[in-house]
Each structure stands twice: as C-alpha cells, then as structure tokens.
Design a protein around this ligand. Structure first.
Ligand SMILES: [Zn+2]
Length: 328
C-alpha cells in the first residue's frame, strides 16, 4: 500500500523546534524574505514603493525603516494582517506552523496554551490566519472545458438541544421549532483541483453563485437533491443517488464530501460549535486545508505567512477586542 503523504519525509520540511529557537533577528529576516521576496528581503516602502530605505530602529531595538523617497516610517508588518503586532515575530511564525500542522483545525484555546497567549489574542490570531487563507480564493473560478467539478451542501449551526423530559420535546425538523441560525455551506470543488466555499440560507440559494464560479464547459457532479436541477440548463450534469451508490458511471461527489468530512471533524474535534458570523471563515479554512493537503508543511507555512503579509490589516479583527469591550 502506498505510504500516506503525511507519514512521508516530504511532508515534514519544517520543525516547530527550529522556529522556536530563532532569534528576533532571524525571525525578522524570515518574515522579510516572505514579504519582500521580489527583492530577496530588501525593504520596499509600502507608502510609495520606494526601494531605498535606511534603518531607523525603535528605542527598544525593534526594526523600523525610513523611506528615503517619501520619508515615512514603516516596519516589516506595516500595511499587512500583522500590522501593530504586539508579540515577537517568532511567535507569529510558530503560530502559523502549529496552525498548519493541525490538519483538521486548531482551537484558539489550545493555541493560547501552546504559546502562552491570552485566549483573546489567540482567537484574533487564528481568525487572521483564516482571513489569510481566504485571500487565496477571492474571486476564484474553477473548471473549464473538459474539466470536472463537484458540488455539495452541508448544514451547520442552529442546533436545538432536546428537552430533558420527553413530554417537553418538540419536533426539531419543523421551522417553527428552529432558531433560524442554521446555514448551508456549499462547496464547489474541481476534481484534482481547487475548491471554493460559500454560505447561504439554503442550498437552493447558491445557484447564481455556482454559475458564476464554475467555468462554462465543465461537467458538474451533484447528488440527487432537486435544488440542483436548475443547473441542467447551464452545465452538463452527472447525478449520483447516494441511496444507491457513492460512485456510479463516473458520477460521484466524493471530493466534495471529503471537504465536509474535514470541516465536521474540525467542528467536532476542535471547535465544538462553528456557526454564525464566522462560519464562512471556517469553511474557507477547511477548503484551503483540502486543497493543500499534499503540500509539505514548510511550504504551507511560507504560503500562509505570505498571504498574511499580502493581506491588508484585518477588516474583522483589527482592534477587535477594543471595539467589543466598548460595545459591551
Ligand atoms: Zn516611501
């Protein structure tokens, strides 16, 4: 039997122990090379694009640059997802490594224990990493002539706990007895290619989004749910009835199911409850992990760090706790 990828030496190209032993200078050089890879780590001014900067360290010693062209100051993380970071950069690299090594997901509480962070800081940090992963799938389309894609939906959130005494229990399938928080995550996944998820009230509400994200000429596989019938006019469809088989005559949605398997395991094993505002972020994380499941961990860490450095400061999480504490 072929060896599982994660057991092979190819999967293990980065050791957390090595990251934790880095000096501040080494961590900064590593981040610099990831952010400014075009100039091999030489600083590029985020304000004007100037290539000439001199070192202007802060009194406590952390590195800051001053652009010779526009005279503005900047650091390695200025204008990125890690702007205004409070911890040493090494900790962020370690957090990314831990986050990538956990192939199903990583809870903020566990990360806070691993790195001695406050829970709030860990919560914001893992959400920023999800945002970085999502950056890669912005506006993504999949498929194309002769290519095959799979679609499927799964429901998350809105769990209603049954009452203790049987006489108090209600039929939780009825809309009147639900809390309206249940959402459908819909995944489009190109076979042997990339995936893209989104969140809707129902699977049927995803049709226009599906049409906009799958290229014409793609053969689309779906299960027998009647909501997908409307896609017949746009795509060549292959349908699989899961009551009869998981795969028959070339039709199957097993790769889409794999995505849901990973997301469910993240929910059950790590997060316990993924729903509400950030459901899409968890779906994007599971999608990224699926697409990169056979990429070595060192490369995964480099990619996530690069995406984080490419992303603008977080819309959702810059000053998150300051805002939420004020609002409370
Ligand atoms: Zn400048």
């Amino acid at each position: 039997m072929a060896q599982h990828f994660l057991l092979s030496s190819k999967a293990k190209t980065l050791r957390l122990a090595d990251v934790l032993r880095m000096t501040d200078q080494e961590a900064e050089t590593t981040f610099g090379k990831i952010r400014w890879f075009e100039t091999e780590g030489e600083p590029v001014c985020p304000h004007c694009g100037g290539l000439d900067a001199y070192k202007n360290p802060r009194p406590k010693g952390s590195m800051r640059y001053r652009c010779k062209a526009c005279t503005k100051d900047f650091t390695i993380t200025s204008g990125t997802l890690f702007a205004g970071h409070k911890r040493p950069l090494r900790d962020y690299l370690a957090a990314i490594a831990i986050f990538c090594n956990e192939v199903k997901g990583k809870s903020a509480l566990a990360l806070s224990r691993d790195l001695g962070l406050a829970y709030k800081s860990a919560f914001v940090l893992v959400h920023k990493l999800r945002e970085a992963m999502a950056e890669e799938m912005k506006g993504r389309t999949v498929g194309g002539t002769g290519k095959v894609a799979e679609i499927d939906g799964g429901h998350f959130g809105g769990y209603i706990k049954p009452s203790n005494h049987i006489e108090n229990r209600v039929d939780r399938r009825l809309a009147a007895n639900q809390n309206g928080k249940r959402r459908a995550v819909v995944i489009i996944r190109e076979r042997d290619g990339n995936s893209v998820p989104a969140v809707f009230r129902t699977e049927g509400a995803a049709l226009n989004w599906i049409k906009s994200r799958i290229q014409p000429g793609t053969i689309v596989n779906a299960d027998e749910a009647s909501c997908w019938d409307a896609l017949n006019a746009r795509f060549e469809m292959r349908r699989i009835n899961h009551k009869e088989a998981y795969s028959a005559e070339g039709a199957c949605t097993n790769m889409a199911e794999e995505f849901f398997s990973r997301m469910r395991r993240a929910e059950i094993g790590h997060h316990h409850h993924i729903a509400g505002t950030y459901l899409l972020r968890y779906a994007q994380e599971a999608s990224w992990r699926e697409d990169n499941r056979r990429v070595a961990n060192g490369e995964q860490v480099r990619t996530v760090a690069h995406l984080a450095m490419k992303s603008k400061p977080s819309v959702d999480f810059s000053g998150y706790w300051q805002r939420h504490v004020k609002a409370a």
